[in-house]
Design a protein around this ligand. Structure first.
Ligand code: AMP
Ligand code: MN
Ligand code: MN
Length: 331
């Protein structure tokens, strides 16, 4: 599949590259690295993400080339979709993008639906940036410092700084090569983890205070409401990573972060839309749980969106903890 994908890319003149809405470091890093590589091949590229780029990733080289809007889609011969388990993850433009004649699916989610004629899906890859690295190498394109910084950031953030269960040998090997190509780890870390607004720190305080634990101690729920964001002058992106505090509590097997979005359409009036992030200690496959709610992800980190009242949603999530067994272990 790698060969065919390279043939398709090298014979394309105009390529659209897109990654999932509300992007993380991997969605942005893989997008930028792939875009820079295809530009080196002489392709005309357009980089697209529906959401604003979080402040912590705005230091990335050529990040300003990522567009939030798309006009003419007839123009493209190929679309490269990055870090999306399903094409719908790119957001409201998904249906229009589907009409582009060739779709390349580059992803590492276990729930990947295998969309697109060209698929570079490796569920063992630590990040989509790992697959992008391999593709760039296979295309014989030299990795400059800008591309290296994008790849490094994708791997660093998706592995939780080499701590999560997806941390593999390639994570270290590629990052070593990226450092040799000019990446400064301390500078990347300073941007991504070391420069938070005061509001973000205050939000951390409210989020920690919201933590609730199930009766058996195996499940924790953290809640971030729109009111908390308003009170601290923060945005949704400032909740990124907060769930790890709920996850690291002793005996907790699964943590859920309930993120309040907009008001729901249905009745009663207390129904709202929520995004729920799930994290596991390694003993619960949260991708399965997320799939049960129409979402997806990895065994250790997954998510879904629902419309519900907050109380009902918490009850539904707490009920899951009854099913957690002591014995099942993921690798
Ligand atoms: P998050 O919910 O943002 O913490 O995401 C955790 C992991 O699950 C990431 O790899 C996401 O790409 C994936 N994910 C989150 N929400 C969804 C969804 N609605 N459908 C499929 N995958 C998702
Ligand atoms: Mn992602
Ligand atoms: Mn990823």
């Amino acid at each position: 599949m790698m060969k065919k994908t390279i043939q398709q890319l090298t014979s394309s003149d105009r390529v659209l590259l897109a990654s999932h809405a509300n992007p993380d470091g991997d969605a942005i890093g893989a997008l930028l690295a792939m875009g820079l590589a295809l530009e080196k091949l002489g392709c005309e590229v357009v980089l697209y993400n529906e959401s604003a780029i979080p402040a912590v990733y705005r230091f990335l080289p050529s990040v300003t080339s990522i567009r939030e809007q798309l006009a003419e889609l007839k123009y493209f011969d190929t679309a490269v979709i990055l870090d999306c388990g399903d094409l719908s993850r790119v957001g409201s433009m998904a249906d229009a993008i589907k009409a582009i004649p060739a779709i390349v699916n580059i992803d590492h989610h276990i729930t990947n639906t295998r969309f697109g004629q060209y698929q570079l899906v490796d569920v063992n890859a630590c990040a989509t940036a790992e697959i992008v690295y391999r593709l760039i190498r296979a295309m014989d394109i030299e990795i400059d410092t800008d591309m290296a910084t994008a790849i490094y950031t994708g791997i660093l953030t998706d592995t939780g700084s080499f701590r999560f269960s997806n941390t593999n040998q390639a994570a270290f090997a590629i990052c070593e090569t990226m450092v040799a190509a000019g990446v400064k780890p301390s500078q990347v870390a300073q941007h991504v983890y070391g420069t938070y607004s005061l509001g973000r720190i205050k939000l951390l305080n409210l989020a920690l205070d919201s933590i609730e634990i199930s009766h058996n101690g195996k499940l924790s729920i953290m809640t971030v409401t729109r009111e908390m964001l308003a009170d601290t002058g923060t945005q949704a992106e400032d909740a990124d990573g907060l769930i790890n505090y709920a996850r690291r509590i002793q005996d907790v097997k699964m943590a859920a972060l309930i993120h309040e979005l907009e008001n729901g359409n249905g009745k009663p009036a207390d129904r709202k839309r929520f995004h729920v992030s799930l994290r596991s200690d390694g003993s619960v496959d949260v991708s399965r749980i997320a799939m049960g709610f129409g979402g997806g992800g990895h065994a250790g980190a997954a998510g879904f969106s629902v419309e519900s009242s907050l109380l009902e949603l918490k009850q539904t999530i707490f009920n899951l903890s009854d099913g957690f067994s002591e014995t099942c272990q993921l690798n």
